[in-house]
Design a protein. Structure first.
Length: 279
């Protein structure tokens, strides 16, 4: 039976998805469903998917992280923007309209304000549409492709709502912790992979797909340009410089610190030691 996969319908996971999207090899063994990050986590946790590319904010002790792949950023991610109206900076923010597609970025923003800045803004769930968001709150938290588009349309947005300051949430985290910012990992319900052979095959499939995707950046730029309507150079830079795809020791340390701080401020339940899928 094919493994049911919940994956994210944004540009950033595209390199991880290369082998799923190109050629029949994986399409026979995996049944992929694309949705938004918060929904991927819901599907995995409800047992409607066996494997999910899920926000690190949604990890639970029952799930196992598949080693090797991540959606992270070493410094500037571009696609997680906290747009603050006016010029008074982060300290002035009392209300944030937040994209409901996000789990990790909302929790990182809560850590930023409550732990680091010692303020506690209110979050207003919103659709990813910067002008109405900024008309209804002091700030807007945009994630994924809508954030990349908003950056391209800064002038129009500021013409409608007035001058804004644009904060890159990954940079804010990295400046304060000296660690990468980690958004998502592949996670699995371990009971879906009862044999060592199945676990080894999954780890190899996902890591091979990442390596192949990273070797095909120019093909991804060509494929995504008509889909996302961004300049080729922006897509290329995003896939090669903004997003970091390897779940290395610094990323693991970052997940641990993020979940520890998020639990301390009661933004997320405590997670305990990270659980990795063993071969
Ligand atoms: C880098 C990004 O990371 C995404 C953001 C997530 C979140 O905020 O919960 C989850 C998964 C990632 O694909 C992005 O979408 O911009």
């Amino acid at each position: 039976m094919a493994l049911r996969v919940a994956a994210i319908d944004f540009l950033n996971p595209a390199p991880l998805m290369w082998d799923f999207d190109h050629g029949p090899r994986l399409s026979q063994r995996y049944d992929v469903h694309l949705t938004e990050p918060s929904q991927c986590a819901r599907e995995l946790l409800a047992g409607r998917a066996d494997l999910g590319l899920i926000p690190v904010a949604a990890l639970t002790p029952e799930l196992a992280i598949v080693p090797g792949c991540t959606i992270a950023s070493l410094r500037q991610v571009r696609s997680i923007q906290l747009v603050v109206k006016g010029t008074a900076g982060l300290a002035s923010v009392r209300t944030i309209a937040a994209d409901t597609a996000s789990r990790s970025s909302v929790a990182y923003t809560q850590v930023l304000f409550r732990h680091f800045l010692k303020t506690d803004p209110t979050y207003l769930p919103a659709k990813a549409d910067p002008i109405p968001m900024l008309q209804s709150a002091d700030a807007a938290l945009l994630i994924g492709d809508p954030a990349l588009h908003a950056l391209e349309h800064r002038t129009q947005i500021e013409a409608a709502v007035g001058p804004c300051q644009w904060f890159d949430v990954a940079t804010e985290w990295n400046t304060r912790t000296n660690l990468p910012w980690v958004a998502a990992v592949w996670a699995v319900r371990p009971e879906a992979l009862p044999t060592a052979a199945a676990r080894t095959e999954l780890i190899e499939d996902l890591n091979q797909s990442r390596l192949h995707g990273q070797l095909h950046t120019e093909d991804l730029v060509t494929e995504w340009q008509p889909r996302i309507h961004l300049p080729a150079q922006t897509i290329r830079h995003y896939l090669t410089q903004n997003i970091h795809y390897t779940l290395d020791p610094a990323c693991i340390e970052a997940i641990e610190l993020f979940r520890h701080l998020a639990a301390e401020i009661n933004a997320l339940p405590p997670l305990g030691p990270l659980n990795f899928l063993q071969q």
